[in-house]
Write a protein that binds this ligand. Structure first.
Ligand code: UT7
Length: 327
């Protein structure tokens, strides 16, 4: 079996910050509530006219700056997103055009907050079969465009951003195991309504009413904790290691209390989790790859370290990977 790993990482976060103090002016909430219940202090908001494709392209360029594989040699591009600029063309094709990655095939993947790991594992399988030698995997969301800014249950939680990874063949380490799972029974817990906004013959639908996210936070919390703890354990088992061998765990950043509970349930010291939710909130699929990028930059992950990535999202969908870091 070939060794396949991440060979470069990048990220892009829009400049504009929306602090808890700013949100206090919009809905009935407090910095204290948001901080203690979620760990979030601020989030980034895409500028007017800054679309998901722009976030994705900026993150991809950042990854390629540090990559041994150049844009013209990239053979596949996957973009995990739930906020494409439009229904089609895919964000992956827009990235391909902008990068001049003319040898690549390209398509988008929708697995909401688990999107990056779903896309990375998809890319890894193509490389493992020998069909391609490398891939560019991007997660990008302008998630705040789906937010009802009158709903304090959701508007405090999310932000915009993008992260990217180049996957290729590696000499040492690489992705040691993959685990992905879905539970559609939990689909009603989070989604975007109204879902019939453009029904073909329904003239009664108010098309001016924009779609927005609704979420049963408490129930999702109850699913997220066992879902993520189990995913890490299964991925560790598949890699032939125990969670005690993990130097760092990079989780989806939905809530600091979820991360604390996952740590406890999985039997891993919370100190080993990399957390940056305070700066960005929940950036959907991009959360885990932006956090991974920052964990490597901060020296929390070094060559030879065994680490876990673990995510959970609406769907419900969960995933985890164990990686032995290659550079
Ligand atoms: O990304 C993947 C999917 N998303 C998730 O995984 C999110 C999972 N869920 C969560 O992170 C948490 O459930 C939330 C952060 C969404 C909510 O935290 P909670 O501790 O579960 O709060 P709650 O919904 O139980 O609400 C507690 C109280 C309620 O008031 P009462 O009924 O006790 O009087 C809410 O109305 O807090 C109130 N509340 C707020 N108060 C101030 C809810 N949102 C706010 C707010 N500011 N923004």
């Amino acid at each position: 079996m070939k060794k396949i790993g991440i060979v470069a990482l990048g990220r892009y976060l829009p400049e504009k910050k929306l602090t808890n103090a700013d949100i206090e002016k919009i809905v009935d909430t407090t910095d204290e509530w948001i901080t203690t219940r979620t760990g979030i202090k601020e989030r980034r908001i895409a500028a007017d006219g800054e679309l998901t494709s722009h976030l994705a392209i900026a993150a991809a360029k950042d990854a390629l700056r540090n990559s041994p594989v150049k844009a013209e040699d990239i053979e596949a591009i996957f973009v995990a997103t739930v906020t494409p600029d439009s229904a089609f063309p895919s964000m992956a094709c827009l990235v391909q055009k902008e990068l001049g990655a003319t040898k690549a095939f390209a398509y988008d993947i929708n697995a909401v907050c688990s999107g990056f790991l779903y896309a990375m594992t998809t890319a890894k399988q193509f490389i493992a079969t020998g069909m391609i030698k490398n891939a560019l995997v991007i997660a990008a969301d302008r998630f705040t465009t789906l937010i009802d800014w009158k709903d304090r249950n959701t508007c405090v939680l999310f932000g915009d951003g993008a992260g990217a990874a180049v996957l290729g063949l590696v000499e040492h380490g690489g992705i040691l195991s993959d685990f992905m799972i879905a539970n559609g029974q939990g689909a009603p817990l989070m989604g975007v309504v109204p879902d019939k906004i453009r029904g073909p013959y329904d003239t009664t639908v108010d098309t001016a009413k924009l779609p927005y996210v609704v979420m049963n936070g408490q129930e999702l919390f109850k699913h997220a904790v066992p879902g993520m703890a189990e995913a890490v354990n299964i991925a560790a088992q598949k890699a032939g290691i125990t969670v005690h061998d993990l130097k760092c765990v990079v989780p989806h950043q939905a809530n600091d209390r979820i991360i604390a509970s996952v740590a406890k349930r999985a039997g891993i010291d919370k100190e080993r989790f990399f957390i940056n939710i305070d700066k960005y909130g929940n950036i959907s699929a991009a959360s885990v790859v932006v956090a991974l990028c920052e964990a490597v930059e901060a020296g929390r992950i070094k060559k030879g370290d065994k680490i876990a990535l673990v995510v959970f999202g609406a769907g419900l969908v969960a995933a985890a990977n164990i990686i032995e870091w290659s550079y």
